[in-house]
Design a protein around this ligand. Structure first.
Ligand SMILES: Nc1ncnc2c1ncn2[C@@H]1O[C@H](COP(=O)(O)OP(=O)(O)OP(=O)(O)O)[C@@H](O)[C@H]1O
Ligand SMILES: [Mg+2]
Length: 224
């Protein structure tokens, strides 16, 4: 059953040895040179598998990897039941409240936990590569400490120490949270504070880079 048709991949729901699974099939892009296309696709599939395994080792929840078929351009992974994306959760919270700030207080603690996980990810030198609010899944009661936070979509990830790439990860998430949801700029500080606490020493260079990336972003906006 086709669940989603993304820009790069089709997401199917299926079964793997009796367990509900997701099949993520990266389709052929006709406008790309066939060899380049096949090379890029394989790199993304491999990147996704590697990151899933590295996250597991670092204590970050992702769908469990069930299998890969490079020839079929497919990756098979655990289907996360009853998941909502962070994007859906924030927009529901923002749209369902009459008063600008009423009833959104549960978002803070979620963002704080997300900051801890990203700090852990980056201190393990896992760069996500596409850290948007559609790529963070939530399962359970949004107001409970038992809420599960699951990271997905690691096709653009890499294993790298680069403070610059880590800064870009944070910038992408910051833009996703602030611009798409018209939340106050300072909500992102909750993430950064938890991030720095988890990542400790390494975080200061990343936060410096984040500032650089932000000002480059602003300049780009001014140029048009
Ligand atoms: N393991 C999973 N369990 C449940 N839902 C999933 C799972 N993986 C992906 N999804 C759903 O499918 C959507 C797209 O998946 P993913 O981000 O991996 O692919 P994508 O190619 O980036 O697609 P998009 O361009 O829409 O982001 C997710 O936002 C999520 O709603
Ligand atoms: Mg995605």
């Amino acid at each position: 059953m086709l669940l989603k048709q993304g820009a790069e991949a089709k997401i199917y729901k299926s079964e793997y040895l009796g367990c509900p699974c997701i099949v993520k099939e990266r389709f052929v892009k006709k406008y790309r040179h066939p060899e380049l296309d096949s090379h890029l696709t394989k790199e993304r599939i491999k990147a996704e598998c590697r990151a899933i395994v590295r996250c597991k080792a670092a204590g970050i929840r992702t769908p469990t990897l069930y299998g890969v078929d490079l020839a079929k351009r497919c990756i098979y992974m655990e289907y996360i039941e009853n998941a909502k994306t962070l994007k859906e959760c924030i927009s529901n919270a923002v749209n369902n409240t009459e008063h600008a700030d009423g009833n959104k207080d549960f978002i803070g603690p979620i963002l704080e936990r997300i900051g801890v996980f990203i700090g852990r990810m980056h201190s393990s030198n896992i760069i996500h590569g596409d850290l948007t609010t559609s790529n963070i899944l939530l399962v359970g009661d949004l107001r409970s400490e038992d809420l599960q936070i699951i990271f997905i979509d690691f096709g653009l990830s890499s294993a790298d120490e680069s403070a610059e790439d880590k800064g870009v990860d944070l910038y992408v998430l910051e833009r996703a949270i602030i611009s798409a949801h018209t939340l106050k700029e300072n909500v992102f500080n909750v993430i950064l504070k938890a991030y720095a606490k988890e990542y400790k020493k390494g975080s200061s260079e990343v936060l410096r880079k984040l500032d650089e990336v932000r000002s480059r972003g602003r300049k780009r906006l001014m140029v048009g």
